[in-house]
Design a binder for this molecule. Structure first.
Ligand code: ZN
Length: 252
């Protein structure tokens, strides 16, 4: 059912965006399935740090930037998560173009930058705080650098990662972070999106140590720029699944 809905949404997108049927078919084929106790979750990598999760008829947008055109083939947003205020995670024109009447979860910094109309349906979560969006549990995980010379990029206490629970499955979207104690303390993560580019986040080698420590069942590297992801393939612990996808279909 989810697949049929996605295809229908894709066809509607076709009418508006003028994309070719083959491009849409390709996009839908690229959406990955993840089984949860509450039904299939579809993962749509969009670009760099932007993604859409589709579950139970809901489309959850994460860090949508890059203009509305990037989202034309996807179902409209049911909810939007924003990790922090950097331009590759938060772009007000994109947000205003795609938000519809979707509720939002952000950090405090982004909340303060929103117009009143969006603020009215936005929950600002501080690091460590928990809430609900669309009735789904969500928790803000601290996202920041820990290496001395990188701390200026993401100081502690500002950015969020999120653990969203969909159908009983914990989905961790890390945001821009290094392997913090909070990340390493996570348990029972079904699916993790982890950034790996310098100088802003961590190296694939650092990510690998974290992955093999907190053991998310499925890992999507994202926000990786031109990092060499080969160490992940070579070193990921048995039983964990690495999903390498093209997060830069329009170049870096
Ligand atoms: Zn950032």
């Amino acid at each position: 059912m989810v697949t049929r809905r996605t295809i229908m949404a894709g066809m509607m997108g076709l009418a508006f965006a003028g994309r070719s049927a083959s491009v849409l078919a390709q996009e839908n084929a690229m959406a990955d399935k993840v089984s949860t106790p509450g039904g299939d979750l579809l993962v749509h990598p969009v670009e760099h740090a932007s993604l859409v999760l589709e579950w139970d008829g809901k489309a959850i947008y994460v860090d949508p930037v890059g203009g509305a055109g990037l989202y034309a083939g996807l179902p409209p947003a049911s909810a939007i998560l924003i990790t922090h205020g950097h331009g590759d995670h938060f772009d007000l024109p994109t947000l205003e173009a795609i938000a519809g009447d979707a509720p939002l979860v952000t950090n405090r910094d982004v909340f303060e930058k929103l117009p009143e109309t969006l603020k009215a349906r936005t929950i600002a979560l501080a690091n460590g705080e928990a809430g609900h969006i669309l009735g789904l549990p969500i928790r803000a995980i601290p996202a920041h650098n820990i290496t001395e010379e990188r701390r200026r990029y993401h100081p502690a206490g500002i950015g969020n990662g999120y653990v969203l629970t969909l159908g009983g499955a914990g989905i961790y979207i890390a945001g821009d972070t290094e392997p913090t104690e909070d990340m390493l303390a996570l348990r029972d993560i079904a699916l993790a999106f982890l950034p790996m580019n310098l100088p802003y986040t961590m190296t694939p080698d650092e990510a690998l140590v974290a992955i093999n420590s907190f053991r998310p069942a499925i890992v999507y590297p994202y926000h990786y720029g031109d990092s060499d992801l080969a160490p992940l393939e070579a070193g990921i612990a048995p039983g964990l699944e690495l999903r390498l996808r093209d997060w830069y279909p329009n170049g870096r």
